[in-house]
Design a binder for this molecule. Structure first.
Ligand code: ACO
Length: 390
């Protein structure tokens, strides 16, 4: 038996970058970010301009089809989305059978995987299959999320309402009440901000699945699973739990010092790409202020601001600033969402980016098959059971 110490690589090994950091895995025209300047563009359009002037539906079209739609195209796309908002009763029944205490991201992942069984879409390179998968997934995710939120607390799901736009309809399906226009607009902007973000963990996960020519439902359910973790989309839920634990702005400094001394990360701070404040966090912070001006302050917002102030003196030198998830949870909480539904709302937005990358990838597909550096042993003897020791 020969053994090579695990920290020694052979001259024949390819360069190794843990987590694929800095390794391009695709050529893409969908989005661009400059982490030093705090710049994010979708198809060349700045995120702050889209947040101010676009809608989620228009932005999703832009991301997936490459251009802002003309009036007729936008009308058709909007009408198609509205026509496909309903979900089959079997999907609702499936969610009813899930454990009450289960995480809504798991329910969403299961429901999206099941959706694919109703709409078999094998020929993923076909334009019609792509369009119908895009429309169904964008349209049905909010219905699934809202239905699960209601069923979990023992209420019946509320069917979608055709005369409400994408975000307003989601809020309506959650509460059964016509949503306040400011709240609906703020949610729509949140969806724009979360719709796409270059090559991130969940998009990569979706693309690995897409590269096998699996259908879009399977691609999106893979991506949902990856979005769930606290180092990715799950951070927005963790931020709110952290702010609740801290409780008041005066306690922010001691909390930060305690966590940093223990080598713990502060949720909602830091980003692999941004070394300045995430431009989406800047927009979300001002949306939070707008909501609070209208509906009254949230004490958690003051705790968040205190954490941000204290973190600057301790972490700015490392390029660690608030990311998109730092203020999003406070905004969603003000809308009446429970913390474990923050990440499903993120998924309702990011599905646009996942689908854009899916469409782009399968035009010139190569199955992902990376390599690894083997660090194990060779040529071992097979010992009979009685000779293996404890
Ligand atoms: N709190 C405290 N210190 C931090 C934080 C943080 N949130 N983030 C980074 N740092 C420090 C690290 O300790 C490290 O310090 P060191 O050089 O002294 O060891 C340095 O900054 C670099 O950190 P890395 O972990 O190497 O940065 P990386 O780019 O790998 O990680 C990540 C980025 C995973 C997002 C990290 O910042 C983090 O865990 N943040 C908290 C979780 C979070 O908010 N995730 C959401 C990201 S946005 C999204 O996915 C939608």
């Amino acid at each position: 038996m020969t053994e090579r110490p695990s920290n020694v690589s052979s001259p024949a090994d390819p360069p190794f970058s843990p987590g694929l950091a800095g390794i391009p895995v695709a050529r893409s025209k969908i989005s661009y970010l400059d982490g030093q300047k705090g710049l994010l563009e979708y198809r060349g359009l700045r995120i702050d301009v889209l947040a101010q002037r676009s809608t989620f539906v228009e932005t999703a079209y832009l991301l997936i089809f490459g251009e802002l739609p003309g009036e007729a195209a936008l009308n058709r796309f909007t009408a198609d989305l509205i026509a496909h908002r309903q979900i089959k009763f079997r999907i609702t029944d499936l969610m009813k059978c899930l454990p009450e205490g289960g995480h809504p991201m798991d329910a969403l992942q299961a429901a999206v995987a099941a959706l694919g069984m109703f709409y078999p879409a094998k020929h993923v390179k076909g334009r019609d299959v792509q369009y119908s998968s895009v429309v169904r997934l964008l349209a049905k995710l909010p219905t699934i999320v809202a239905a699960y939120a209601r069923m979990r607390r023992g209420d019946n799901p509320i069917p979608p309402q055709d005369d409400l736009d994408h975000a307003a309809n989601f809020l309506y399906m959650l509460t059964g009440k016509p949503p306040d226009p400011l709240t609906a607009r703020v949610l729509d902007v949140c969806l724009i901000l979360h719709a796409e973000h270059t090559m991130n963990a969940s998009t990569f996960s979706g693309l690995v699945t897409a590269s096998t020519l699996a259908d879009a439902y399977t691609v999106v359910s893979s991506a949902i699973g990856t979005l769930m973790g606290p180092l990715h989309g799950g951070a927005n839920e963790e931020v709110l739990l952290m702010l609740r634990e801290i409780g008041s702005p005066e306690k922010a400094r001691a909390y930060l010092d305690r966590q940093l001394a223990a080598g713990e990360k502060i949720m909602g701070l830091g980003h692999r790409e941004y070394k300045v404040k995430d431009p989406r966090a800047v927009i979300l912070q001002s949306l939070a202020k707008e909501l609070f001006a209208r509906f009254g302050k949230s004490p958690l917002y003051e705790v968040a601001e205190a954490i941000e102030r204290e973190a600057v003196t301790r972490l700015a030198a490392k390029g660690v600033y608030p990311n998109v998830d730092f203020y999003s949870g406070i905004v969603y909480q003000k809308m009446g969402l429970e913390p474990d539904f923050f990440t499903p709302v993120f998924a309702m937005a990011r599905v646009a980016g996942w689908l854009a990358h899916w469409v782009e990838q399968i035009q010139d597909n190569h199955i992902f098959r990376p390599t690894e550096i083997y660090e194990g042993v060779h040529g071992r003897d097979y010992l009979p059971l009685g000779q293996r020791g404890a």
